[in-house]
Design a binder for this molecule. Sequence first.
Ligand code: SAH
Ligand code: SF4
Ligand code: F3S
Length: 477
Amino acid sequence: MENKIIDESKQGEALEIKSSETLPSNGKKLFLESYGCQMNFADSEIVASILIDKGYTTTTDYKEADLIFVNTCAIRENAESRVRQRLYDYKKVKRKNKDVLIGVLGCMAERLKHQFLEQEKLVDMVVGPDAYRDLPNLIAVAEDGQQAINVILSKEETYADISPVRLDHNGVSAFVSIMRGCDNMCSFCVVPFTRGRERSREPETIVRECREAFDKGYREVTLLGQNVNSYLWSGGGLKKENLTDEQRAISTTFAQLLEMVALINPDLRVRYSTSHPKDMGDDVLYTMAKYDNICKCIHLPVQSGNSDVLEKMNRGYTREWYLDRIAAIRRILPDASISTDIITGFCGETEAQHQDTLSLMEEVKYEFAYMFSYSERPKTLAERKYEDDVPSEIKSRRLTEIVDLQRKHSEIRTKEGLGKVFRVLVENVSKKSIEMMSGRNSQNTIVVFPKGNLKKGDYVNVLVTSCTSGTLIGECV
Ligand code: SAH
Ligand code: SF4
Ligand code: F3S
């Protein structure tokens, strides 16, 4: 919980591909570790799919791997330093066996390609997020003893036709990318530089992937994009900015896509992430209200509660606009939970502006929040234009105030669940006791209940009888 509150980017996780057993093996073992957001983890499933096709099997021990890949995140400085540390670990393996190949994938690729390949000679391959189809070719180049690099960003690539190999652990929830890249250019953010231009994936391929997941026993899909509300499919090759009014009218919007996925089966839960407040329209909220299987849970990153800071962040909305969106959610979806992201100590942030963030939090009382100190990123508008001038002690103190307030709000929100009955999707055996199982309700709160005859993927109604700060505990009814 602690970790989750401060930093959403996951710790490195090695992923094992179980289905590889059925394919002819090339005798080589792949170790694939991922950092960063859910989109990066979804990308690792594409990478796994491409390499399994080439006969690789996987291992969770990098010391026995022939091929070591790390899918990286560049969102904050500490995300990058963690990966760098791992590369030194891998390098030790290579010193013992020079045939081992090491590759950096994902969001750090573009920025650090020269450093990793040429200056520090830490890796053999550097592969950007739009170049994964080129992996077999790049591996062959590296096997020949040459540096292999492809960091070209594409305007079209969505990997729409590649069926990802599910690398999750519970076999119940699947993540499905519906778009790639980002055009928003928030001034603090490196994503538009690491992942390139925004592009949407063809809706039929998304629906097909979700249906396949359902047929394999998955009961929840999360549709992923940096700004899902700006999803728009207008046919292959057509760019959003060039559309005529008529083309726009026949395009598929996010609300329509959400409905198409919800209609696959009432027992398939649908979630999505992330919404952008500037594009969050009522159409999406009404679609959510119409279908019970679209989870009533909205992640709406605010970043700051002060309109001047928001303008400097280039977020495209004001405090008032944001609060109007919250009001719309409360009106149309009274049961919805709302979570957020907050950055503290952005360039020039004053004490009064910090207080505005705290007061906005008081107004909304989020269920949950990811909270960060501002970390300056190369190439971004903020790096070029503004000074990172809030001293780190002040950033830490403000972050502590924000985290403490959020903890209070999370507790209040969790307690509101007492005495209520929730439909819960059974996901795992509880960490605390093998007699109990855990799952989540539509609002995304963890619920723990007696095991009985339940198994993963079942739905159960739970009456909440007690709770901890973030978990509901109850009995099946
Ligand atoms: N596309 C999503 C956010 C993706 S990044 C959105 O726009 O909401 C996830 C979160 O990381 C952001 O919401 C922001 O709170 C945080 N973040 C991004 N860049 C950051 C930086 N330079 N310093 C600190 N936090 C940052
Ligand atoms: Fe970054 Fe903004 Fe795009 Fe989110 S919307 S990924 S914060 S540029
Ligand atoms: Fe990190 Fe790239 Fe995601 S920078 S947060 S892995 S889009």
